[in-house]
Design a protein. Structure first.
Length: 162
């Protein structure tokens, strides 16, 4: 009985997360496209098409070429990391209905260990992603400081008298 209860809880969680994701995707359609992740970029679209058809190295190549052309953008690094993750999930059989229909595998997870080289590349892509996000945050902070400095020069009310 406890196995059945655990299965029902997991299935409910998956359905709930799916419903939340569907709501988020519906809401994302209303958001203006300001990043490559929310706009139509042919190279990225092709990369995702290759990813979904399980041509992982080709997808990564597409993502890498776009990342090289746009070094300040963090999004391609997220796509590259996703390609490694999905490739490993595919290798482990997690992307098949058999995984979810096999109660033992579904409740206890994958068997064996992940491919070490692939996981190393996955972590490397995540590191590059974090670095690009931090660089963008640093640039935005520096821009804010420049704006504040300019406002101090322009507006006499911001000048401190001693």
């Amino acid at each position: 009985m406890s196995r059945l209860l655990a299965f029902v809880k997991r299935a409910t969680s998956v359905l709930l997360l799916s419903a939340i994701a569907a709501c988020c995707l519906a809401r994302a359609a209303d958001i203006p496209a300001s990043t490559p992740g929310l706009s139509e970029v042919p190279e990225l679209s092709e990369g995702f098409r290759l990813l979904y058809t399980q041509h992982f190295p080709e997808a990564r190549s597409s993502f890498h070429s776009w990342a090289d052309a746009h070094p300040g953008e963090p999004f391609p690094q997220a796509a590259i990391a996703a390609s490694y993750l999905f490739e490993e999930l595919y290798r482990q059989g997690v992307l098949t209905s058999d995984f979810f229909l096999n109660e033992k595998r579904f409740l206890h997870g994958i068997e064996g260990k992940p491919n070490a080289e692939r996981m190393k590349d996955f972590r490397g892509a995540l590191t590059k992603l974090r670095m690009r996000i931090q660089a963008g945050a640093d640039r935005r902070a520096a821009d804010c400081e420049i704006i504040k400095a300019r406002q101090g020069c322009v507006h006499p009310t911001n000048i401190a008298f001693q």
